[in-house]
Design a protein around this ligand. Structure first.
Ligand SMILES: NC(=O)c1ccc[n+]([C@@H]2O[C@H](COP(=O)([O-])OP(=O)(O)OC[C@H]3O[C@@H](n4cnc5c(N)ncnc54)[C@H](O)[C@@H]3O)[C@@H](O)[C@H]2O)c1
Length: 394
């Protein structure tokens, strides 16, 4: 595999670490992206903090280049966004269709295309293959096609991309085997081979499992509240059952995967996915309920300045996409409250103490380690000054 030219199409959260890991292992890798800022920053050596060490390795610098010109290559790895159409809750696959169309322009017999983007089941067969075959190539004989979903967790990217198990779904057996050789360059987890549709479905099932279990915890916490039971205590006690493992309730589900992927299952089989549908609505409804609780605590005192701590969709990431904390903030702002927001991972140029100046209430929605440390120091300092601060954790 080391003699192959690899092109990663879309060097975002998923594509860039994959490109850098392949470069580290000795492959010649070109990162191609439509975003000129991203390409310029990459070529100037700027990447996310957690990738900087990897990017600085001499073998990565030597083997990786970033460009806005799609090159010819032996292997194309596509990692472009696949969001959802919010009004219809179905996949918006135009970026993937564009990327495949562009790749098809330079595609040659014997090339391998790997789709890493998360997609509804049958996308390889209904969208990718027709575009390739329109170019006169036989998808089963002339080229190799595979779907290899990504499972990495922002905040722990380098570890997870190396040690997570991977699923490699080939359109043909030969495609799966060839794609597996690409991942063998840097993956130390188990690599399981299957067909493309099973791989598409697996990725969605994983995130749906998480979403439904979070919804269950959230729903139970609402019920506990109505009957005056402490949710955390009840969950802790219930989990002492040898076959029960309830998750913790939270402020909602965010990011680029969990709030979106279950809909990709629902869109292909709505009649069979009523539980999945209900779970999505429960989790989507959480920020509104959290907002109501905050309003109650503030007793509708609109003029009082207070702070929300957390903007990202989860701990230890800079990613604010589909963030429940962001939604809570927006709802409070829209309702006319005097609310400020701070996030240690997003607001690098300011401190917690500066951001929450003059706030008597601080509502903690995301618990980054650094922010919790800052909060502890702030609380101690305010106590020393004799100031009252109310800190509430969600
Ligand atoms: N972020 C995650 O944690 C995560 C985890 C697993 C799977 N995924 C999936 O991976 C895919 C990519 O997600 P991401 O978070 O990396 O997105 P991203 O927005 O961070 O990166 C995507 C990149 O693709 C580029 N792009 C868009 N259209 C293009 C085109 N036609 N040609 C070239 N570049 C193009 C964008 O400019 C962007 O830089 C999605 O399907 C997502 O669901 C994401």
């Amino acid at each position: 595999m080391l003699d192959k030219r690899v092109c990663v199409v879309g060097v975002g959260y998923v594509g860039l670490p994959c490109a850098l890991m392949l470069a580290k292992s000795g492959c010649k890798v070109v990162g191609y992206d439509l975003n000129d800022d991203k390409i310029r920053l990459l070529n100037e050596g700027h990447v996310d903090d957690e990738l900087q060490e990897l990017y600085n390795l001499s073998e990565v610098r030597e083997n990786f280049t970033a460009t806005m010109q799609l090159p010819r290559a032996d292997v194309f790895i596509i990692a472009v966004p696949t969001p959802i159409l919010q009004d219809r809750k179905v996949a918006e696959l135009s970026a993937l269709a564009d990327a495949v169309t562009q790749v098809a322009e330079v595609l040659e017999k014997g090339n391998l295309i790997i789709v890493e983007s998360t997609v509804p089941p049958m996308t390889m067969r209904n969208l990718v293959i027709p575009i390739i075959e329109k170019k006169g190539l036989d998808a089963a004989k002339d080229v190799y096609l595979a779907h290899c979903p990504e499972r990495l967790l922002p905040g722990n990217v380098v570890y997870e991309i190396t040690y997570n198990n991977r699923i490699v779904g080939g359109y043909t057996k030969e495609s799966a085997e060839l794609a597996a050789r690409v991942y063998q360059c840097f993956v130390q987890g188990e690599i399981s081979l299957t067909d493309d549709v099973t791989a598409e479905m697996c990725k969605l099932m994983e995130n749906t499992y998480r979403d439904v279990n979070i919804a269950l915890a959230n729903e139970l916490s609402e019920v506990c509240e109505t009957v005056g039971v402490n949710t955390n205590e009840a969950i802790e006690l219930a989990n002492r059952h040898p076959r029960v493992n309830l998750l913790k309730p939270g402020i909602g589900v965010g990011g680029h995967c969990l709030p979106i992927d279950p809909w990709f299952i629902h869109e292909v089989s709505p009649y069979n996915s009523t539980l999945i549908n209900a779970a999505r609505h429960i989790n989507d409804g959480r920020p509104a309920r959290v907002t109501d609780r905050i309003c109650k605590i503030l007793s509708q005192d609109i003029s009082q300045k207070f702070a929300i701590l957390g903007k990202t969709y989860k701990e230890e990431t800079t990613d604010t996409r589909e963030s429940p904390a962001g939604e809570v903030f927006q709802r409070l702002k829209d309702a006319g409250y005097h609310v400020v927001a701070y996030d240690s991972e997003v607001d690098k140029d300011t401190s917690l103490a500066e951001a929450v100046f003059g706030c008597r209430y601080l509502f903690v929605l995301v618990r980054h380690r650094k922010m919790m440390q800052e909060l502890e120091e702030y609380e101690a300092a305010e106590k020393n000054k004799g100031n009252e601060v109310n800190i509430l954790y969600f």
